[in-house]
Design a binder for this molecule. Structure first.
Ligand SMILES: Nc1ncnc2c1ncn2[C@@H]1O[C@H](COP(=O)(O)OP(=O)(O)OP(=O)(O)O)[C@@H](O)[C@H]1O
Ligand SMILES: [Mg+2]
Length: 253
């Protein structure tokens, strides 16, 4: 890969919904090529913050820039074409085949001749024979992989993933997580991944951001978090997988 993914800057980004400060004055720099996990409890503002990057949500104030260019500066199709987005609930079109679902970002971009469905299925390790299936004929894990293939279709350098492994069994979740990290490395992407699962964040990301009530309350590497850094909210989240692991080890003994 010739170059690495873009850097992303959030500059005092706030988004309110009525009285709710979904995102509250977030300032943040994400380096090009980084794999960043955004964790926090339900309702802490993770999805809202993520969506300000591809303008699914417009900030009430503040701005977001990709490689120093304000995301508000470009027409939406142009912006979205450069950003892969994996939805919180997969969001495949039920009446379209796997191949048609994957090709949607390319069709929106008017790029009819470049539909590389086979190549994209290979990339996410799905059999090419699945191309003609309908989403209802796939397992949950296969559907998530199709969602990832679709997000990669227009060759974005920036990936936004909102709970990409939601509602999967732990084994599938684990293998798909590894596959996503491998893709990130191989394609030299910048990835921002929302998850409520701290163990997943610690295992996959270079950097973990913890959100609470619209704010970033911790910004640490996995090793710093595991060494006890990041404050109480972060440490409460780190304690969950750690306690589980300790209980399991106790059973073993
Ligand atoms: N379109 C909207 N209209 C009104 N309120 C909203 C809207 N979107 C989000 N909110 C509110 O903003 C807050 C943050 O929501 P957000 O979806 O960003 O949380 P989250 O951290 O992604 O949660 P989850 O883990 O449950 O997906 C919540 O209180 C939510 O109810
Ligand atoms: Mg969410």
């Amino acid at each position: 890969m010739d170059d690495i993914g873009p850097k992303v800057r959030f500059d005092a980004v706030t988004r309110t919904f009525g009285e709710t400060h979904a995102v509250d004055s977030v300032t943040l720099d994400i380096a090009g090529g980084a794999f960043v996990a955004l964790v926090g409890q339900s309702g802490s503002g993770k999805s809202t913050l993520l969506k300000t990057v591809n303008r699914l949500v417009v900030p009430t104030s503040g701005r977001v820039a990709i490689d120093d260019r304000d995301v508000a500066a470009d027409p939406l199709p142009l912006l979205r074409r450069r950003i892969g987005y994996v939805f919180q609930n997969v969001g495949l079109f039920p009446h379209l085949s796997v191949a048609e679902n994957i090709a949607i970002p390319l069709r929106i971009a008017g790029d009819r001749d470049a539909v590389r469905v086979d190549e994209l299925l290979d990339l996410v390790e799905l059999p090419r024979a699945l191309a003609t299936r309908m989403p209802a004929e796939l397992s949950g894990g296969q559907r998530q992989r199709v969602g990832i293939a679709r997000a990669l279709a227009a060759r974005p350098r920036l990936m936004l993933m909102d709970e990409p492994f939601g509602a999967l069994d732990p084994v599938t979740r684990d293998s798909l997580g590894g596959a996503v990290r491998a893709l990130h490395d191989r394609l030299a992407l910048t990835t921002i991944m929302v998850t409520h699962d701290m163990a997943e964040a610690l295992l996959l990301a270079d950097r973990v951001l913890v959100m609470e009530r619209g704010r970033i309350v911790a910004d640490e590497t996995p090793s710093a978090l595991l060494a006890g850094e990041g404050g109480t909210t972060a440490q409460a989240l780190v304690a969950i997988p750690r306690t589980q692991a300790e209980r399991l080890l106790a059973i073993e003994r």
